[in-house]
Design a protein. Structure first.
Lengths: 364, 163
């Protein structure tokens, strides 16, 4: 019996060393997880069933109310989106002027939480997207309110996410108000992050929003991470003690977003953005309007020559009034000589949205 | 003859282990996470006590590996812990079966507490050190649960004549 214990103990120690130092056991682990990770799925099943039943038997009025609420929310978000589209565009242009990189739209995918790590001292969760869904190691994970953490272990159909508040996790952040950089470390408490090594005289105060600075090359810049809860200046301590509360609902969110940021370098990204802009300029003039709403406004005016006399009218009417007389005379000659003048006629029609992108957006 | 009886209804033992694995990853409220009983260790203890010929250290090792994969620990960490627990239980098996229930609970508290301390050292070695001795709490909860687990499993064993 003692011999058997010795053999097994040596074997497990050997396994631990190999697993810690080399990648040798990773494939075996992945294969095993293929079967074993179903345990999380199964334990999550009752909750999901309950949700399903609740939604089956949810009363009509409740559903209608919820629908109303969602519609309102959607409208609000859409409205904000439109403004955002214009701002994004502006941001790209300004960055181009500065020759700096443009980091605009990251692709995101929705994932669902299926389990928590049973160890109470680590903050890790299991999500239902894995290697086969294109998840990569170190990928940032968000919820609706802010950054949550990063992927630390990949399995075929699931992956493990280390949350911001784990004691082994730190993230480079920036105070949104003034750009002050710091590092936010997890404390093991799901409602608290700590900023390490912040000078006592640093301009940081209660209520400041901390956003990811993107300096670690791991998290995309500009996502909200936490809000500062208290700043303690203790003369006995070399640094100020800064405590912050994560904006993401780390222990409540069920639906998460996986961010697919491209792995191009900053220069390549800038070049690509410039290239795209050049192509657009060469193509059909007009401003490079974001792909969401304003493009719909733009295309009918530019593409249909016979309707050129009528199309500018609604577009111009919606925009500021001084744009109206400018658009009208341009449209008149277009109707007179169709084929050659189609291009210049389309241009003034498209111009008003450029001068007031916010306006055209709101009109939709 | 012995082999034929030893394997009778053995699948139920494995079924309990599957349940144990499910219980060990089932979601719990935050404040109860720290009190989560060591389900697999409890099950292994029972089966090692009453069926030492079928459930032994190798079983414990395999289950430990499964737990490692589930929890994302180093492969072998929980395997070592469970093997150790089973070894201690097996070496005390003859006496432990004769003990009254409260004494069994005490012995189990000591064994599981030791195992949790080893767990603490192992995770300290791998870098994520747990801050407190709160980690011995699962051992306490498991020891308190032992009478019920033992009672239920004994009923199951009698019902299906597992031996």
């Amino acid at each position: 019996m003692g011999v058997r214990l010795l053999v097994l103990a040596v074997l497990s120690v050997a396994l631990m060393v190999v697993d810690a130092r080399f990648d040798l056991l990773k494939p075996a682990r992945k294969q095993a997880s293929l079967v074993l990770m179903d345990a999380y799925w199964i334990t999550d099943l009752p909750g999901r069933l309950w949700e399903g039943i609740a939604s089956q038997f949810g009363s009509r009025t409740e559903l209608v109310a919820e629908n109303e609420k969602l519609k309102t929310e959607n409208l609000l978000l859409q409205g904000r989106m439109q403004k955002l589209a214009a701002l994004t565009e502006q941001n790209v242009r300004l960055r181009e002027l500065l020759n700096s990189s443009a980091l605009v739209n990251e692709k995101v995918e929705v994932a669902e939480l299926i389990g928590m790590d049973p160890n109470p001292f680590t903050h890790r969760i299991i999500i239902n997207k894995g290697e086969r869904d294109g998840v990569v190691l170190g990928q940032p994970v968000l919820d609706a309110r802010g950054l949550m953490g990063q992927v630390v272990e990949l399995m075929p159909y699931t992956s493990r996410v280390l949350l911001l508040t784990d004691t082994t996790h730190s993230i480079p952040v920036q105070v949104n108000r003034n750009g002050l950089r710091a590092i936010a470390s997890g404390t093991g408490n799901p409602e608290r992050l700590e900023l390490r090594h912040v000078a006592d005289t640093a301009d940081i105060k209660e209520g400041d929003l901390l956003v990811s600075s993107g300096l670690g090359q791991r998290f995309p810049a500009g996502y909200p991470v936490a809000t500062v809860k208290e700043v303690i200046h203790d003369s006995g301590q070399p640094f100020a003690i800064v405590r912050a509360v994560p904006t993401a609902a780390l222990n409540r969110s069920r639906y998460l977003l996986l961010v697919f940021s491209d792995n191009r370098t900053a220069e390549e990204r800038a070049n690509d953005a410039a290239q795209a802009q050049e192509n657009l300029d060469a193509q059909g003039g007009g401003p490079m309007l974001p792909a969401t709403v304003p493009k719909v406004v733009n295309t009918p005016a530019a593409a249909t020559t016979p309707a050129a006399s009528t199309a500018p009218a609604p577009a111009a009417a919606a925009s500021t009034t001084p744009a109206k007389p400018a658009a009208k005379p341009a449209a008149k000659p277009a109707a007179a000589s169709k084929p050659p003048a189609s291009q210049p006629a389309a241009r003034p029609a498209a111009k008003p949205p450029a001068t007031a992108p916010g306006n055209t957006g709101r009109q939709e | 003859m012995v082999g034929a009886t030893a394997s009778r209804n053995g699948w139920i033992v494995w079924l309990t282990f599957v349940f144990g694995i499910l219980l060990s990853v089932s979601p719990l409220p935050m404040f109860m996470e720290i009190l989560r009983p060591l389900w697999l260790a409890l099950l292994l203890t029972f089966w090692a006590l009453y069926m030492p010929h079928t459930v032994g250290m190798v079983t414990a090792f395999c289950l430990g590996l499964a737990e490692d994969v589930l929890q994302g620990d180093l492969l072998g960490q929980n395997a070592l812990i469970l093997t150790l627990i089973t070894f201690l239980v097996l070496s005390l098996q003859q006496r432990l079966r004769m003990f009254p229930m409260w004494q069994q609970c005490l012995v189990i508290l000591v064994i599981f507490g030791l195992a949790q301390l080893v767990q603490l050292w192992l995770s300290a070695l791998t870098g994520n050190r747990q801050p407190t001795l709160a980690l011995v709490l699962p051992a306490l909860v498991s020891a308190l649960l032992w009478p019920w687990v033992s009672f239920a499993l004994r009923g199951l064993r009698r019902r299906y004549k597992i031996n």
